[in-house]
Design a protein around this ligand. Sequence first.
Ligand code: ATP
Ligand code: MG
Length: 285
Amino acid sequence: MSKLKIALQKNGRLSEKSIKLLEECGIKFPNGGGKLITESTNFPLEILFLRDDDIPQYVEQKVADIGIIGENVFAESLKNINSIEKLGFSACRLSLAVSKDVDYQGLSFFNNKRVATSYPNILSGFFRNNDIHTNIEIISGSVEIAPGIGLSDGICDIVSSGSTLLSNGLKEVVKVMDSQAILVANPDLEVNKQQILEKLLFRIRSVRNAKENKYILLNAPDEKLEKIKKILPGMNSPTILPLAQEGWSSLHSVISEDKFWDVIDELKEAGAQGILVVPIEKMIV
Ligand code: ATP
Ligand code: MG
């Protein structure tokens, strides 16, 4: 039976989290020794370790069937590949930045200016949509030093905390796009590979759902249960079990982590006691 081939970044900001995601999906593989290709021992998957910029092309050419890259690399590549799932890690943004001394008033600042970037396709599209004419200087690394050495008037680069910009005397002025890690796929996979991909996607979604949800247990007097049930926006109707203590029950449900913080006070006011919130390892929906 043929295997699905996945391309991961070899060394870089996506590497560790991409590997961790596969591991959380229960996919085992020997990792280490700097090998460029390895095979899972318990799932029909072959893993290729590559530079992230090369992954779109390899997926287009079917050297790999699928891959994990940042949305920024996907958008820049203009390859015929599909983005099939957001993975929720390596969040960052692509932004325009200028020297902190510039009195920046708006996008028209960039008219007839030079902007250095490793993202010429995304950036030229952005300026075109905004009717701004700029000269794009394409450089492949250390973009943030370009204004300081007189190569450009601004830059467009990946930002997360903004500390790199700051330490190079720059300030972020416009966000061009948000980015996070995504799963990309060749649009034309054979049926059996498509089936393996569906299995992998099912596992990825179960892992992500589990992370975003918590299992909640609480105790309450029986007459308060109706009210508490209404507060809990659970997956299904909650499980209610009688406690040894007469007139009391234990209620179990699943709740998304962000909603939990919104309802915690309401739950207590409604009479919930002994509230426990526990992590879920996998959640099959
Ligand atoms: P390669 O050698 O594989 O080409 P690279 O230097 O191009 O690596 P990295 O810096 O490892 O790339 O970044 C890989 C991806 O991680 C980026 O394309 C982006 O999607 C994301 N990323 C980059 N910087 C950050 C950051 N500071 N925080 C979060 N995610 C980031
Ligand atoms: Mg790269």
